[in-house]
Design a protein around this ligand. Structure first.
Ligand SMILES: Nc1ncnc2c1ncn2[C@@H]1O[C@H](COP(=O)(O)OP(=O)(O)OP(=O)(O)O)[C@@H](O)[C@H]1O
Ligand SMILES: [Mg+2]
Length: 241
């Protein structure tokens, strides 16, 4: 039987009196990759923060990796097996790749046991374990952030625009690593993306957020209506007279 790594019903999130996510209901099954799409400022990052308990939220149901998380604190949700790579995730530039990885492990043995997986998914990190994170390229930094989130072998990973600023060849490398991790572990992935190509390559289903609410959703199979999705993603300016 398929189990749901994420189930939320009527999730609303706000900053003070400003409501940013409105009545979002969606579920993501184990082993599934789900793309959350939408223009700037539509509430995508806030939705992920709401799942993690990092902003004020209310929901009639919020279940993550089989646990009721509607009242749980972020560190408890992380310990249940939910990883979150935010748009602002920090790396410690003065520390080595290996030391940065150690920060993602819940124990020393996790780093030892996870190392073969990391070096097989990201060979370039394997070659740079002793190098300072501050000297990595943009693509390598994204790989290190992902690798750090994989180390505790989470069952649900929330990724906020991990391909932002990457050249197309790097986007493919990052997408392949995410899919390989999912296939290896059966984890569920929620991918916030503005890169539609990446979402199409690796996601099974999508939803588009507009003004904090789901405006469209469906499968990303071959027959997906790309033009319809693109219309939600691109800012259209009115022609000037
Ligand atoms: N800490 C905050 N306090 C107040 N308002 C905020 C805060 N963070 C975000 N917002 C507002 O909430 C709305 C949604 O922001 P959010 O970052 O979730 O959008 P997003 O879809 O992730 O955008 P982007 O694609 O640019 O990353 C925006 O109007 C933003 O200004
Ligand atoms: Mg965002």
């Amino acid at each position: 039987m398929t189990t749901q790594a994420l189930e939320c019903e009527n999730l609303t999130a706000s900053y003070g009196s400003l409501v940013v996510v409105r009545d979002v209901s969606l579920s993501v099954a184990d082993g599934e990759t789900f793309a959350l799409l939408g223009k700037n400022g539509m509430g995508k990052s806030t939705f992920l923060k709401a799942l993690m308990g990092l902003v004020t939220r209310q929901a009639t149901k919020l279940s993550l990796v089989g646990h009721d998380c509607s009242q749980q604190a972020p560190h408890r949700i992380a310990r249940m097996g939910v990883a979150y790579v935010s748009q602002e995730s920090p790396l410690f530039d003065a520390m080595t790749v290996e030391e940065n990885l150690r920060l993602g492990a819940l124990s020393g043995s996790q780093l030892r046991e996870g190392r073969p997986m990391i070096t097989s998914l990201f060979p370039v990190l394997g070659e740079r374990m002793g190098q300072k994170a501050g000297t990595l390229s943009g693509g390598e930094r994204k790989m290190l952030l992902l690798a750090r989130s994989f180390l505790s072998r989470p069952k649900l990973i929330l990724l906020d625009e991990v391909t932002e600023g990457l050249q197309p060849s790097m986007v493919g490398v990052v997408g392949d690593a995410i899919s390989a991790y999912r296939d290896d572990t059966g984890a569920a992935i929620v991918l916030v993306e503005q890169n539609l190509g990446m979402a199409l390559d690796i996601a099974d289903r999508f939803a588009v957020l507009t003004g904090g609410a789901i405006a469209d959703q469906g499968a990303l199979a071959d027959g997906a209506d790309l033009e319809r999705i693109e219309r939600h993603m691109i800012w259209h300016t009115e022609p000037t007279a």
